[in-house]
Structure formats: C-alpha cells, structure tokens
Write a protein that binds this ligand. Structure first.
Ligand code: BGC
Length: 275
C-alpha cells in the first residue's frame, strides 16, 4: 500500500461520521423518490384529454378519474367475476407500488391510463340483437366512425348508470330510433359474456371489461325497429348484418365483437353455422 492509498483510506474512514451516514441515507431515500417520480412521469402515459377531464371538476360531465385515487376507494369499485359484479377486494385484485390496480388479465407493455378514463376496470356494455330473416341469422350492426369497422352498437357505462341502462341508451344513440320493447327486452337479456375486452386501448393499470347481452327478436318485433346511425356521427351506418363465420372472423368486427357474437349464437342455436 502506498502512502497515497493510506492517506485516502484514513480520509474515508474519518469521513464516516454520523452526519455523513444520515446524509447518505437521506440521499438514497430521495434518489428513490426522485426515481419513482420520474418513472411514474415517463412510463405512466395518460392522454391529455383524460387529464383535462379529470381536472375539470364539473360534476356530471367528468368521466375521468383524478390523477390520484386512494386505494381504499379503488378497492370498493366493481369488476366482473363469474357473471356477477363484485368489488376489487372480493375479486382479490392486486395493486402496484403506486397503489394502482394491476390488470389481472394481460401484460400490455403500457402503464398509466392511456385513453382510459378510469384506473382499473372501465366498464362497457354490448347489446347483441339478432333476428332470423330470409333463412339467415342477422344482427344489428353499426359502422364505427373511429375505425370504419362493423361493430356491436355498444359503449361505455356512464357514471351512475347500470349496465342494463347503458345497453338501451347505446342502441338508441348509435343504431335505432327509441323502441321501448327492445329496451325492456335488453333489461332481461341473457348475459353471454362478462369480463375482459381485449381492446388495443387497455394498459397494465387501466383496462376495459364488458358485458355482452343477447336478445333475439321475432319478425314482428324486428319490423317495428327503425334503424339509423348516431345523430352525432359516432356511427356512420346501422343495418342488419348476416351472422356468418366469414363476417365474424374473416372480415372481423371491431375488437372482440366477432367472438362475442359467436358465443351468443353457440349458446342460442347449435346449428347457426349451417344457415
Ligand atoms: C365499445 C364497446 C367495446 C369496448 C371494448 C367500447 O368503446 O363501445 O362496444 O366492447 O369498447 O372493446
């Protein structure tokens, strides 16, 4: 060991004072906080429209969460479990180190809310309305203006709404003139799927859960319906679409809608593929 090394060693030993230890701990601690903050800021992406809505504190129109929602509140929110709505707590959902719910279905590589308004489950409802016409099963279908794809006329459940209310509201907004018979049928419709919607907007901390409800109309009931697209341009067209494998799979519907319709048909009529 040279003289210089010994001097350096002595210098270092002398400097391990209680104050330096405290400063060292503070330093590690603050670095972790700063690191966490940076991580949060850069890796958790939330679209500005979501943030703007969260900051707009005007009651009803606010569809997005504030940036911080206490874990105690999140735990009381509802998710689909065995075709029933239960709390996150009862479903045993996990939370990350920032207290945000972890997507239990899929790792998406994305954090934050992206385009989603709510942390955790964002609820949608999809009405599958079918009829048998000219020897074929058909369903009410819209063309979405965002993607140009054919889709079930579903949508997001608004604050204070039950999913059955959403089914009736969405079909009236997007696909048909108001029809009380259809709205009532949807209230008592058959749940054919509930749970994760594999949608490109889902992230590791915000995802979509949907409930798909099937009702079948007889010739008279379907004749009473007046189909038309949304007045606000959200849908471009509304029409009866043949339910064939080609239309459900080869020429797919939006998101997982083709699978939802096939699920509905499988449990309604085993022979639907033959028509
Ligand atoms: C659509 C629903 C769909 C959900 C998940 C919503 O924007 O309106 O029909 O099930 O996204 O893809």
């Amino acid at each position: 060991m040279s003289t210089t090394d010994t001097t350096l060693l002595t210098y270092e030993i002398i400097n391990i004072t209680p104050l330096n230890i405290i400063l060292g701990v503070v330093c590690i601690f603050t670095t972790t906080i700063i690191y966490d903050k940076l991580y949060y800021k850069f890796c958790y992406y939330t679209h500005p429209s979501v943030l703007n809505n969260a900051y707009m504190k005007t009651g009803l129109e606010k569809w997005a969460d504030d940036d911080f929602v206490p874990i105690s509140e999140l735990k009381k929110r509802m998710v689909w479990f065995n075709n029933k709505l239960v709390t996150y707590e009862d479903a045993g959902y996990l939370f990350d180190r920032f207290g945000l719910p972890i997507n239990p279905y899929k790792r998406t590589g994305k954090y934050g809310r992206g385009m989603m308004g709510k942390y955790g489950a964002n609820h949608a409802a999809d009405p599958i309305v079918t009829r048998f016409h000219n020897g074929r099963y058909q369903m009410i279908t819209v063309i979405r203006s965002d993607s140009g794809l054919p889709a079930i006329p579903g949508g997001m459940v608004d604050a204070g709404e039950s999913y059955t209310m959403t089914l009736g509201r969405e079909i009236t907004e997007e696909a048909a003139e108001e029809n009380s018979l259809l709205i009532n049928k949807l209230k008592n419709g058959r749940i054919v799927y509930s749970g994760y919607a594999d949608d490109p907007r889902c992230t590791n901390t915000a995802w979509i859960e949907t409930v798909a409800v099937h009702v079948h109309l007889n010739e008279y009931e379907s004749d009473m319906l007046v189909l038309r697209p949304a007045k606000d341009g959200e849908t471009l067209k509304s029409f009866w679409y043949d339910i064939t494998i080609h239309n459900m799979k080869v020429n797919p519907l939006y998101g997982s809608h083709g699978d939802l319709v096939m699920k509905a048909m499988d449990s309604f009529d085993n022979n639907w593929r033959k028509y």
